[in-house]
Structure formats: C-alpha cells, structure tokens
Ligand binder design. Structure first.
Ligand SMILES: Cc1cc2nc3c(=O)[nH]c(=O)nc-3n(C[C@H](O)[C@H](O)[C@H](O)COP(=O)(O)O)c2cc1C
Length: 318
C-alpha cells in the first residue's frame, strides 16, 4: 500500500498509533512499528528529558523501523519541557513528531531545520490550515469520537475530514473512531492518506491497561464513553465510570477549573492504569470501544485491518 504518508514516513501500511499518555512506551511503540505501522512515544507523562531518551533507546533496541515522539502542547503540560524534549528528539535523530493540543508554530521551525517531519493534530479545518501555514508536513485530523482530547467543536469525522482535505494541500491522516479495515478504506476513499488510532492500540495485549480495564472495554458499547471538562474548555473523552459521573456532577454545579484539573493531573497515571481501581481513575478512550470484542496483539490488529481493507475494496468498491 502506497500513500503519501507511507512514502513520507517510509512505512509499510498507512496506519499510525497516536501518542498515548502513559501507554505508548517502547513496548507498544515497537510492536506497532514491527507490524508495519508507525507509533509515537508519549513524552508528556515522563516529565524529564532523560526519561524520554531512555524510552527512545529502548525502542531502538526493539525495532529497526522508524518511530516518532508525541509532543503535547496543552496548557496543562509542562511547556518548559517541550524544548528539552525537542533537543533529545534531534540528538536521537527521530524522523517524525506528532504535535497536539495547541498552536505548534514556535516549535515547527526548530524541527524542520533538522529535517524532522511534523504531523500536527487538529480538530477543525481552520487549525489544520494554520498548522500548514506554519510549515507542518501533514495533519492528523481528529473527529469527535476520539479518545483523549477530541476538541470543543464536536464535529464528526465524515464532515471534518472532508472540510480539512478541502482546506489544505498537505497530506491528511484521519482519526477518531477508527478500528476496522472498513474505516481505513473509507478514510482513503475520502482522500485521507492514512489513519491514526489510539483506542484500538490502548486495548491491545501490549498495552499496560490492567485486565480489569481491558475487561471493562470488552463489555462496553460505543455509548459507554463520556466527555468531561467541557465546562473548562478542555473536552476529554474517557470511559464512563464512577469518577466521570462525579466530575460531570461537579461541572453541573459550576466547579472551578482548579477543582476539576486536580482529576486530570493525577501524579502517577501510569501506575493507576496498571494497578488502579478502574471505577475511580480517568481512562481516556474513544467510541470505537463499541467495536472491540477481543484483546489481540498490535500485529494481529494491523493484520485484521489490512485483511478487512482488502475484502472491502474487492467487494464493496465498484
Ligand atoms: C489512552 C489514551 C491516551 C492518550 N493520550 C494522548 C496524549 O498524551 N497526547 C495526544 O496527543 N493524544 C493522546 N490521545 C489521543 C490519541 O493519540 C489519538 O489522537 C486518539 O486516540 C484517536 O482517536 P481514537 O481513540 O478514536 O482512535 C490518547 C488516547 C488514548 C486512548
């Protein structure tokens, strides 16, 4: 399969795994890359540039394929660290960076000077256009079904994707609610150059999510996610549980941003994904959980998508 994204990133399939806070570390990232896709290491949860370097070196031991790093530019992220992460990315010759959460303009120049590709995550066409003007090499367009931060605008992928492809000339990758080869085929037929998934990879065997969280995902339908923090303009889609019910109630009662954000900045989120009580932690996850009925490896997931894609193209496309 050749698309502008497989060519740009030198990968077999146009299937990407987005940065997953606390989850996309060396094990998961290398598995995706060895299966023919490309994944982004999460940097935001590490909190220290040398820990990022360790993750990069460990990933290089586990795969000889290209992989990237996610830079979260959200205001709650420790932005002074972003430049330090970029230094490590340059020193370790990482070929591609995924920027997310805010305007990437100030960082793009530094990355482009080193020939590092920048794919910027946007939730609406207007932001995609801005990132293109700032020099981004591609857009990852996030529809409202996505896990994590799906944007405040609540636009579904079918509309959002077409609007964005019309607005920019650089390649667009579709994300938000994709789990199947039908999803890949649709995205490519609509003019996208690839897909990016988060929820799908967070629910694989390699993911650090505990068995309890994975079982909760298996028993969920697409309506079992909810979006919290809309009242503080930081929409965050996660699994419905006791904690999200409590947060929604606080928001209804006009809780302050300070009160709400203490739930977002949990100190040891990674440990809570491994050992925590699945009813009382925030678990970012998208609506595609409704399509997940088995926990499989990243390799099996990508193989399934390619098989379904080929079936789909052969049987449904005239
Ligand atoms: C567990 C989890 C953690 C995530 N953490 C981040 C993150 O730290 N930075 C980021 O840019 N996106 C993050 N995301 C969003 C994903 O990278 C991706 O954009 C999104 O999951 C795509 O939509 P999907 O979940 O429908 O596949 C996260 C998503 C999940 C499910």
């Amino acid at each position: 399969m050749k698309t502008k994204i497989t060519e740009m990133l030198n990968i077999k399939y146009p299937i990407l795994c987005g940065g997953l806070y606390g989850v996309s570390e060396s094990n998961l990232v290398s598995s995706v890359c060895n299966a023919g896709g490309l994944a982004f290491l999460s940097s935001n949860h590490l909190g220290n540039k040398e820990l990022l370097r360790q993750q990069i070196l460990q990933t290089k031991k586990l795969t000889d394929k290209p992989f990237g790093v996610n830079l979260s530019l959200l205001s709650e992220s420790k932005s002074n660290l972003t430049n330090e992460y970029i230094d490590v990315i340059i020193e370790e010759k990482i070929p591609v960076v995924e920027t997310a959460g805010n305007n990437p303009t100030e960082y793009i120049k530094k990355l482009k000077n080193e020939n590092i590709k920048v794919l910027h995550k946007a939730v609406i066409a207007k932001h995609a256009k801005k990132a293109e003007e700032a020099g981004a090499d591609g857009i990852i367009l996030i529809g409202y079904s996505a896990g994590g931060h799906p944007g405040m605008e609540e636009v579904g992928l079918f509309v959002n994707l077409t609007e964005t492809i019309r607005a920019v000339k650089i390649p667009v990758v579709a994300a938000g609610g994709i789990y199947t080869g039908e999803g890949l085929a649709s995205a490519l037929l609509m003019g996208a150059e690839g897909i990016l998934m988060g929820t799908a990879f967070a629910a694989t065997e390699e993911s650090i999510f505990s068995i309890k969280i994975k079982n909760k995902i298996l028993n969920s339908s697409s309506s079992d996610t909810t979006v919290v923090f809309k009242s503080v303009k930081n929409a965050f889609r996660c699994l419905k549980n006791n904690l999200t019910l409590k947060i929604l109630e606080l928001e209804k009662n006009n809780a302050s941003a300070q009160e709400l954000f203490k739930y977002l900045s949990m100190s040891d989120i990674k440990n809570s994904y491994i050992n925590g009580d699945e009813e009382n932690i925030l678990i970012p996850i998208g609506q595609s959980i409704g399509l997940i009925d088995e926990i499989i490896t990243c390799q099996e997931l990508i193989n399934n998508i390619i098989k379904q894609y080929e079936f789909c193209i052969k049987n449904y496309v005239l």
